[in-house]
Design a protein around this ligand. Structure first.
Ligand code: NAP
Length: 284
């Protein structure tokens, strides 16, 4: 039986730490960290994420502004808003909720965000900083996973780590963060041959592919730590992860559930990044 990595509980601990930092900052400098959240269109999942971000900002004392733009917003209108927020002194962090409607160029929008306000850490300048290990912000989901490992007392150094998925927002930065912590890292993707055999070598297996219950017990080394990033729907429309929890859990030593594992950490780390941005701006 694996021990459960309780993302809800650990995210609440991170938010408590963030709230204490916000209070301290207010006492020391009289300033409050500020986050602008931009949402374009009516995607229901994006709306839920944005509502949660606002709710948790309020909980920890971060000032937040929402910019809800209609589906037909043009590229130039969106870029003009980003440029305005780049210069707005009470805004330390800018988050443009992805995905954007198809007619908008996500890459251009991300690149328009000032790197010191890029609390998602998606700007190429921040991505490059992560590569060389000299960064202010880490992308929220991989950073949240590192926090889960750290707060569960799971050592990364010297471990065989396998990451399935190589997206820019999860897989690639995840691999880099594990490497920074001296893991020996393999990145797998849709062209990997004999994926199950590679996975069975992993002491720490991080799964971020977006396919419901794809990873089964035969892909898990006995005693491995299994981190499930997936947010999928099963055949009944029920939220589940990329890992078949029922079969993998008896084999693993630690495992994250879905929901209640990685998901809650992503917003907690966004709040943390916003405080980091405010501190950077305070020093300028
Ligand atoms: P993505 O951009 O679609 O990337 C998926 C990756 O999985 C790709 O690298 C793909 O390989 C690989 N892949 C797909 N099928 C595979 C297979 N059969 N075998 C091996 N690799 C395979 O997805 P993402 O944005 O990284 O997200 C992954 C999952 O995490 C999704 O379920 C998403 O909803 C979830 N997610 C959760 C959070 C959270 O806060 N919990 C945050 C972000 C994402 P190729 O590159 O070869 O195509």
């Amino acid at each position: 039986m694996a021990q459960l990595i309780d993302g809800k509980k650990i995210a609440a601990m991170v938010r408590e730490d963030v709230a204490a930092e916000v209070q301290q900052m207010q006492e020391n400098t009289g300033s409050t960290p500020g986050l602008a959240v931009v949402i374009v269109g009516n995607d229901p999942a994006s709306r839920t994420y944005v509502n949660n971000k606002k709710k948790y900002c309020a909980e920890v004392g971060i000032y937040s502004e929402e910019y809800a733009l209609p589906e037909e917003t043009t590229q130039e209108e969106l870029l003009a808003l980003v440029r305005k927020l780049n210069e707005k002194p009470d805004i330390d962090g800018i988050l443009v909720q992805l995905p954007l409607p198809k007619h908008l160029d996500e890459k251009a929008v991300i690149e328009a965000i000032r790197p010191d306000k890029d609390v998602d850490a998606f700007h190429p300048s921040n991505v490059g900083r992560i590569m060389i290990g000299d960064y202010h912000f880490l992308p929220c989901t991989p950073a949240g996973i590192m926090e889960l490992l750290y707060r569960s007392g799971i050592e990364v150094s010297g471990k065989r780590c396998v990451v399935i998925g190589r997206s820019n927002i999860v897989g690639k930065p995840m691999a880099m963060l594990l490497l920074h912590q001296n893991g020996t890292v393999t990145i797998c993707h849709s062209k990997t041959q004999d994926l199950a055999a590679v996975c069975r070598e992993a002491d720490i297996l991080v799964v971020a592919i977006g396919k419901a219950r794809f990873v089964t017990a035969d892909m898990v080394k006995p005693g491995a730590v299994v981190i499930d990033v997936g947010m999928d729907r099963d055949e009944n429309g029920k939220l589940c992860g990329d890992v078949d929890f029922a079969s993998a859990e008896p084999v693993a030593s630690w495992i994250t559930p879905v929901p209640g594992g990685v998901g809650p950490m992503t917003i907690a780390m966004l709040l943390k990044n916003t405080v980091t941005a405010a501190k950077l701006h305070g020093e300028q």
